[in-house]
Design a protein around this ligand. Structure first.
Ligand SMILES: NC(=O)c1ccc[n+]([C@@H]2O[C@H](COP(=O)([O-])OP(=O)(O)OC[C@H]3O[C@@H](n4cnc5c(N)ncnc54)[C@H](OP(=O)(O)O)[C@@H]3O)[C@@H](O)[C@H]2O)c1
Length: 331
């Protein structure tokens, strides 16, 4: 008897805000059959990332998801059928299963070490931690005493960036979308200040909270907030281009930032990066992150929704700020 494999697939490319109509559900696909050296896994967790919205719409650093294909997504998969000893039945694997119940895993996927909590594997020791660590330290290169500003600060990546910057002896200002998130950043995570971009004038608050200018701006959102940060860069300031979530739903390219020439007089640098380029070095990040966690200097927060059917809502939550910390779905 074949095993049924429920899937959520791409119905049509999104234009503007994501909507339920972008997604189709199908219950009648058979689970895939593993080839030689491959294993069949049951998907247990899905990582919900803003970049999925980009993959649904267009070719980026990866080809666009095909219409009718399961929504591409990283996740954790438990091996249920295998004749490969490196992928024994019961092994938990970090893979890119997509939004479905069963997926093929191969030796190119990463085995999650015994004893690592799945939520940690999918956040602090996964894309989130590696993005925050290398984006801040390799691209931003903050030094002790410098001022670091991070947007999307109460989200998955931003909340880790700010804490690493504190560990490195920096002054840290977070930008987030609610007073509750701002209080969480300053009261729980040790940020020095936080700005609510929905209710406060970001440019004015940056001048107030960063009197010597911004040495490193870690950008998760793009748009007006990026422009405000460029306008207040310190001499030799660095802008880490991690993401631009404020623009992912735009149907036409956005015009800003209008003040890029400020980089000339400030001798500033803007540099983008994609975490995939750092996967070979992930061990360096994981070692430091694990040490800081064990020492109680770093915490991570997850936002879990239940069931495959909740995945579209979980993705949409990222765009209205409904999440705090790493958004994930448990199947
Ligand atoms: N370069 C890479 O390799 C890489 C890797 C991972 C992630 N990223 C990027 O990093 C960013 C953060 O990703 P994440 O996974 O950590 O997601 P996340 O920060 O956990 O969630 C997204 C957050 O963005 C904020 N947001 C949504 N719309 C916004 C808007 N119009 N203006 C300002 N803030 C807005 C929301 O918080 P508020 O309540 O504060 O609005 C939301 O919680 C994304 O841009 C993502 O694409 C890049």
């Amino acid at each position: 008897m074949t095993t049924a494999n429920r899937q959520i697939t791409l119905a049509h490319r999104p234009e503007g805000q994501l909507a339920q109509s972008c997604f189709s559900r199908s219950d009648d696909n058979p689970a895939p059959t593993p080839g030689e050296g491959e294993a069949l896994g049951k998907v247990e967790w899905l990582s919900i990332d803003p970049t999925i919205r980009m993959w649904m719409a267009m070719d980026t650093y990866l080809p666009a998801i095909e219409i009718g294909a399961p929504i591409r997504s990283a996740g954790l998969v438990r091996v249920v059928e295998s004749d490969n000893p490196a992928l024994a039945v019961g092994t938990l694997v970090f893979a890119t299963p997509g939004w479905q119940e069963y997926a093929i895993v191969t030796e190119r996927d990463q085995v999650v070490p015994e004893g690592v909590d799945p939520t940690a594997a999918l956040s602090i020791f996964g894309i989130t931690g590696i993005t925050a660590y290398f984006g801040l330290l390799d691209i931003g290169r903050p030094t002790e005493g410098e001022t670091v500003v991070v947007s999307g600060a109460a989200g998955s990546t931003g909340s880790i960036v700010g804490q690493i910057a504190k560990i490195k002896g920096c002054r840290v200002v977070g930008i987030a979308g609610s007073d509750d998130k701002c209080s969480w950043l300053t009261n729980e995570l040790g940020f020095d200040a936080a700005i609510n971009y929905r209710s406060e004038n970001v440019a004015a608050k940056l001048r107030e909270t960063c009197p010597d200018g911004i040495d490193v701006y870690f950008d998760n959102v793009g748009g007006d907030i990026l422009e405000a940060a460029i306008g207040h860069l310190a001499l030799r300031g660095r802008v880490v281009m991690c993401g631009a979530i404020s623009q992912y739903n735009d149907s036409a390219p956005s015009p800003g930032p209008r003040n890029l020439s400020a980089l000339i007089s400030k001798r500033g640098r803007m540099e983008g990066f994609i975490v995939l380029d750092y996967l070979k070095r992930s061990g360096e990040a994981i070692q430091d992150l694990a040490t800081w966690l064990a020492e109680g200097r770093l915490t991570f927060t997850v936002d879990v929704m239940e069931g495959l059917d909740s995945a579209p809502d979980a993705l949409m939550k990222l765009f209205d700020g409904g999440n705090t910390g790493k958004m994930m779905v448990r199947l």
